[in-house]
Design a protein around this ligand. Structure first.
Ligand code: SAH
Length: 568
């Protein structure tokens, strides 16, 4: 979003009738995340519907959302007029003719409305109606410096631009490369200066336009000492450095998990990055106790200063289809640098964008995969480990935690790197839940989930659990019911269940639920044959209260009532 502040909310493109939809869709690709808002009773197919224009525009404005309204400038101005008086965030607001023939920036000069007008006009192949005199005269908006620079005081800036418009010349002190080609009235001995500096204004500089480059790194050596934000502010003041020049907070990696440090970065409004030492390439350094201020001449790019705290997210993809994956899992995938998992699941998690590294492995190497994930994350990468269904149900989340738990004990991980990783586990729709939903509600009362695989536990344990679950009249969901290496186990399991439960007990078989070729079969304990089941099947065995009734000619609804015993 070239012309917008980095943290601006995504753009709202507002349309009142179907005639404007085409133009709206042409503007939409210019801003990632932009959504088309349509008047509910007239527009079908908008991303967001609203019922009352004035109210909707005012709500968007108050939330700081950039607004592109495809209607007359008059309507928009009248609608937002009540909000204009109160100072504060002023998001860009533009009116665009329904047919795309005119682009009129209305308010938001300081939040880049003119830049947006140019971008939208380019997309619509027309000319923007720029009316800002300073911008027209000088070819740049002095009050809206590029990324990496901030204006010290906007009100004062407006007076400064008025003075220039009235004929006063100016000179530039410091490096302002973006003004090289601007048509400013310059004079070497001008009274008014544009001062690009990380220093606080000195006496006699009151009329100058102060622009601060974000060129200061504050390295905090000891996060355990009190109020970090306040100590950084004091250090800046002590050395005459403008708080707005602070670009990034840096700290040793051992403090990566420190909440006070994260809180300080939020308070100061800068990113938090990690490095064992303060930067060595700065032109000046100031020390206040454990805080080192490293000041460069040009803006510092936080994304190349030290490194980020590594992040490891364990997600569940759900049973297969994208619509059953939770948004938090999708978001983690979109942000990932590295994706690890069993080949089949990693393939399900795609497609991936350029630059994402995919590490598919054999299913059995869980601990190795978990360690690999921590190693990548402790280098500062954003790592996602994928499981099918839910990651905590017979899947990777437990392996990842076990790897971390063991690392605390084992010698090789005594270094703080693994514990510095931000670990997050995102749930998913487990196969039992997805299968149950297709069949109706067989898990409507107490149930248990059992894996019939004896790869990682003795078969005797499985038999004991089956017996107890059957006796307790729990509905049972069987994961890993059979495999080529475990041909007889399911029959043995069913024998145990049949000892305790009637032959007419409802059984649901869900195969490849949410995937191509999905099948759902409902049958009974008597009629069930193990050759109906393979390793891609979920078996749900009902309790004594599970029942069914016809859904259509071919299938039935299966459910377990909420009550138990006698019908209430
Ligand atoms: N973490 C997964 C389970 C992994 S164990 C989850 O929460 O769903 C693997 C077993 O889950 C398979 O043997 C099968 O019994 C079941 N399973 C996984 N995906 C399935 C699907 N889409 N349809 C039916 N059963 C599935």
């Amino acid at each position: 979003m070239a012309g917008l502040n980095r943290d601006a909310a995504s753009v709202a493109i507002v349309v009142l009738g179907p005639g404007a939809l085409d133009t709206a869709r042409r503007i939409q690709p210019v801003y990632s995340g932009a959504q088309v808002h349509g008047l509910a009773r007239r527009v079908v197919g908008a991303d967001v519907a609203f019922t009352e224009l004035g109210e909707h525009l005012r709500a968007l404005y108050a939330a700081g959302t950039p607004i592109v309204a495809l209607c007359s400038a008059g309507i928009v101005i009248r609608a937002i007029a009540p909000c204009l008086a109160n100072k504060g965030a002023e998001p860009p607001v533009l009116a665009v003719a329904e047919d795309g023939s005119a682009v009129v920036p209305l308010v938001g000069g300081l939040s880049g409305v003119n830049a947006m007008a140019r971008e939208i006009a380019r997309a619509l192949d027309t000319a923007p109606a720029i009316t800002t005199s300073g911008e027209l005269r000088f070819g740049t908006c002095l009050l809206n410096p590029p990324e990496g620079y901030v204006l010290a005081d906007i009100e004062h800036g407006k007076r400064f631009v008025s003075d220039l418009l009235a004929g006063a010349p100016t000179r530039i002190e410091g490096a302002a490369p973006w003004l090289d080609d601007a048509g400013l009235p310059r004079a070497p001995d001008a009274r008014l200066a544009i001062r690009v500096t990380s220093r606080i204004a000195r006496l006699g500089e009151g009329d100058d336009l102060m622009i601060h480059p974000r060129c200061v790194v504050a390295w905090v050596g000891d996060a355990s000492r009190g109020d970090i934000a306040e100590r950084v502010r004091l250090a800046l003041r002590e050395h005459g450095i403008a708080p707005l020049s602070l670009a990034v907070l840096l700290a040793p990696l051992r403090d990566a998990a420190s909440e006070p440090l994260a809180e300080a970065a939020r308070t100061l409004g800068v990113p938090l990055r990690f490095n064992a030492e303060p930067p060595t390439d700065a032109s000046e350094r100031f020390v206040s106790q454990d805080i080192v201020l490293a000041v460069s001449e040009r803006p510092v790019d936080p994304s190349t200063t030290g490194r980020a705290r590594g992040k490891l997210t364990v997600i569940g993809l759900g049973p297969g289809s994208a619509d059953l994956m939770v948004p938090a899992a999708k978001q983690a995938l979109a942000q990932a640098d590295d994706i690890l998992g069993y080949d089949t699941y990693v393939r399900m998690a795609g497609p991936f964008r350029d630059g994402q590294r995919v590490h598919g492995t054999d299913n059995r190497e869980e601990m190795q995969r978990a360690r690999h994930a921590f190693e990548l994350a402790s280098e500062g990468r954003r790592v996602v480990v994928v499981s099918s269904g839910d990651p905590g149900v017979f899947a990777m989340a437990a392996a990842v935690l076990e790897a971390l738990d063991r690392a605390h004990e084992e010698a090789h991980a005594r270094e703080p790197a693994w514990t510095s990783v931000e670990l997050d586990i995102v749930p998913g729709v487990s196969a039992a839940l997805a299968t149950a939903a297709r069949a109706g509600a067989p898990l409507g009362h107490d149930f248990c989930m059992l894996s019939l695989s004896d790869n990682l536990k003795p078969w005797s344990i499985i038999e004991t659990r089956l017996r107890h679950a059957a006796e307790a009249d729990l509905v049972m969901a069987f994961y890993n019911p059979v495999s080529r290496a475990r041909p007889w186990q399911l029959d043995r399991a069913l024998d145990i269940v049949r000892e305790h439960r009637a032959g007419a007990t409802k059984v649901v078989l869900g195969r490849d639920i949410g995937r191509p070729g999905e099948t759902l079969v409902t049958t009974t304990l008597d009629a069930l044959h193990s050759d109906q089941v393979d390793m891609r099947t979920m078996v749900i065995v009902g309790s004594s209260t599970t029942r069914a009734f016809p859904k259509d000619a071919k299938s039935e609804w299966v459910y377990t009532p909420r009550w138990y015993g006698e019908k209430p």
